[in-house]
Design a protein around this ligand. Structure first.
Ligand code: GLP
Length: 263
């Protein structure tokens, strides 16, 4: 696992955006062989989207041949609901860049057939040859996408009931009213994430410090699903100093010294 510790959330965002651009350019995607990017929602990736939009406006990157798969979507929120992840992605990223609408994939939380929707999503990812680079955030309880504590570490795309901790955390987007937060979501699984060729998990702030400690220094276990990343051959955690604050000093020094030598 590679761990990048930056001073601020803004530094994390510009590092991740720069890395995405570097990967897209290196792949030199075409219509026949697009670059397949896995994308998250939440407050953590907002800075990444802002920076990607800026780089696009400065002609530093094109999304013409980029195909995206979002990680998850709430059950029961239509795409025009301002709290749906469809809406989030349009407003914060897609409408500002040259991505083709046909290349955008987000799970349909309004479907009547959850199993078929999830199976199609998995098949669609496979049809594109798998995800090249998956970007994710992490919940304060260590969940990635909506793979809540005690999710199977080999889970696939499916419907998931949200943990009380996630409902509480996410209620800030729903007028701080827990009763307004959907109780279920469709989400790619840990197994789906692990099949991406490369995975970046981002974390900012003190409330992510325990999740980051577990993810980097803890044992692999289904209570903190971020720990599955330890089994990935190309896993990267990018976090700010606050999110790294529960790591032991030797761990911090180790990863910082490695990155200093890389840079
Ligand atoms: C939600 C999303 C996750 C995200 C997490 C943290 O539960 N399903 O994908 O990582 O929130 O969000 P934030 O970045 O806002 O802290």
């Amino acid at each position: 696992m590679r761990v990048i510790i930056k001073d601020s959330a803004a530094d994390c965002a510009s590092w991740v955006a720069g890395y995405i651009v570097y990967r897209i350019k290196k792949a030199a995607p075409t219509a026949k062989k697009p670059f397949v990017l896995g994308l998250p929602t939440g407050s953590t990736p907002l800075g990444v989207y802002k920076e990607l939009i800026r780089l696009y406006q400065n002609n530093r990157v094109s999304f013409e041949h980029v195909v995206t798969f979002n990680m998850d979507e709430y059950v029961g929120l239509p795409p025009d609901d301002k709290n749906s992840y469809h809406y989030f992605m349009q407003e914060n990223f897609f409408k500002h860049v040259n991505i083709h609408p046909k290349n955008i994939h987000i799970l349909n939380g309004m479907t009547k057939d959850y199993a078929a929707e999830c199976e199609n999503y998995e098949n669609n990812i496979k049809a594109y040859g798998g995800i090249d680079l998956m970007i994710g955030g992490v919940g304060s309880d260590g969940h990635i996408a909506f793979n809540e504590p005690f999710s199977s570490l080999s889970s696939r795309t499916r419907i998931k009931t949200l943990a009380p901790s996630t409902i509480k955390d996410n209620s800030r987007f729903f007028d701080n009213d827990i009763s307004k937060v959907p109780t279920q979501a469709l989400t790619i699984g840990i197994g789906t994430i692990m099949e991406a060729r490369e995975v970046i998990i981002m974390a900012n702030g003190n409330n992510k410090a325990e999740a980051i400690r577990q993810g980097i220094e803890g044992n692999i276990n289904h209570m903190w699903t971020i720990t599955a990343l330890q089994q990935h051959q190309h896993g990267i955690i990018v976090c700010d100093a606050d999110a790294a604050s529960k790591l032991s000093q030797p761990t911090i020094e180790y990863f910082k010294s490695i990155e200093n030598r890389v840079a």
